[in-house]
Structures are given as structure tokens and as C-alpha cells.
Design a protein around this ligand. Structure first.
Ligand SMILES: [Zn+2]
Length: 221
């Protein structure tokens, strides 16, 4: 019997969750907590356990394929497919959608766009807050002729998502860290430096080069 995955403590142990920092989230809002799955992706043993845990909501529903948004989803979706195989004894196809210069996503490799036609698919993503990338990936799969069945995330941040693209949505863990509109951020008010090597701080610096609190790098050498 495999030990159940206690996800949030396991992520904390791998430094994949940051607290008490000044961070710019993908939404543009500012926060002090951030889940950086890069610290988990490099740990194959952990990813094997994570893929298996996340696969549990994706078995015995007749799936043909998993779809995921790049970049985090590229690693994760393969481990989840392996998890489905371990639980159900059948292999699913996997496809990922990649970010385009115009900001959207596309299934652009090989004949993936064509191959998705007629498949029953589930969406897979690591951390979701608004679920924007995952929703776009699902919508693209549907346009390509897939039948959408469900979606699964590793961590759901906040309470915004209950379903995606008209299908059920589940997450292995749920966290609720505070965030603020940039204009009302208490850390900006206090002049705290913004992290530029984590989350979306570098983009914020491009847009606000004169931010008086300055910048900081957290990952360091
Ligand atoms: Zn701020």
C-alpha cells in the first residue's frame, strides 16, 4: 500500500511554496505566497507519487487522452498518464498546448490538432487560480473535435473555479492565500522590493521601472 500523498507539506518540504515575499501573480495582483512547481518537477520520485495521486480522479471514465497547457503541464501530464496506467492498465495519449506570440495557446506539434478529433479528453494542470490556461487548452481541444470530460489540477488557489469548460473540475489540494490589486497592495505601500525571478515580477518591472521599493532576486545562486 503506497503512502497517501500529503501534498502541501510535501511541496513545502521541497521549497515549492514561498511565503512572506512580495510577488506579482499571473493575474497581475500582488501576493506574499506562491507555489513554484519547478522545485517539484525535478524530483522524479515525488512526481511519480503526484502523478498517481492526480490520476485517481481520471480513471474508469473512458478517457482517450489528457491535454495540458505548457510549460508546467508538459512534465505533469506525463506523470499523470503513467498514474492512469498504473491504476487502470491502459495508456492514454497526451497532448500539450503551447503559448503563442500573440498570448494565446495552440496544439502545434506533429498532427496533434488533427489527432484530437473524436477523443474523450481530460485537462491536466499544476496550479490553477483563474484556470485561464487550462480553460483555453480545453476550448482548443473541443474546437479540434475532442469531447471534454473533466479536469484535474494539482493545487487550486482561491475559490474562483468550480467547473471548467462546462465540465467537472477537481484538485488534489486547495489553498487560499491572500492577494491584492497592485494599487492596494500593503507591501507596495510599505515600499517592499518585488521579486523579479519568481512569478511575474520581471514583467511588472518592465511596466513599472520606477517602482520606488526596488527589486530582489529570491532564487539566487
Ligand atoms: Zn505590491
Amino acid at each position: 500500500m503506497e503512502k497517501a500523498l500529503d501534498l502541501i507539506p510535501e511541496l513545502e518540504e521541497r521549497d515549492a511554496i514561498m511565503h512572506d515575499q512580495h510577488l506579482v501573480l499571473k493575474s497581475g495582483r500582488h501576493g506574499s505566497d506562491y507555489i513554484n512547481m519547478d522545485f517539484a518537477f525535478s524530483d522524479a520520485q515525488f512526481m511519480g507519487a503526484l502523478g498517481l495521486a492526480q490520476a485517481k480522479s481520471l480513471v474508469r471514465i473512458g478517457l482517450d487522452a489528457l491535454v495540458a497547457p505548457a510549460i508546467g503541464g508538459v512534465s505533469l501530464v506525463q506523470w499523470v498518464a503513467l498514474g492512469v496506467y498504473k491504476l487502470e492498465g491502459r495508456w492514454l495519449k497526451i497532448y500539450w498546448a503551447e503559448k503563442q506570440p500573440n498570448g494565446g495557446f495552440a496544439f502545434e506539434r506533429a498532427r496533434w490538432q488533427h489527432d484530437l478529433k473524436g477523443l474523450r479528453v481530460a485537462g491536466v494542470e499544476d496550479v490553477v487560480t483563474t484556470g485561464g490556461s487550462l480553460l483555453e487548452t480545453l476550448t482548443l481541444a473541443e474546437k479540434a473535435g475532442s469531447e471534454l470530460v473533466t479536469s484535474s489540477a494539482t493545487v487550486k488557489r482561491g475559490d474562483q473555479i468550480t467547473e471548467l469548460a462546462g465540465c467537472s473540475f477537481s484538485a488534489l489540494a486547495h489553498v487560499d492565500y491572500p492577494d491584492w490589486d497592485a494599487s492596494k497592495c500593503p507591501q507596495c505601500d510599505a515600499g517592499a522590493p518585488i521579486a523579479i525571478d519568481v512569478a511575474h515580477g520581471a514583467k511588472f518591472r518592465e511596466e513599472h521601472p520606477d517602482y520606488p521599493g526596488g527589486w530582489v532576486e529570491l532564487l539566487g545562486a
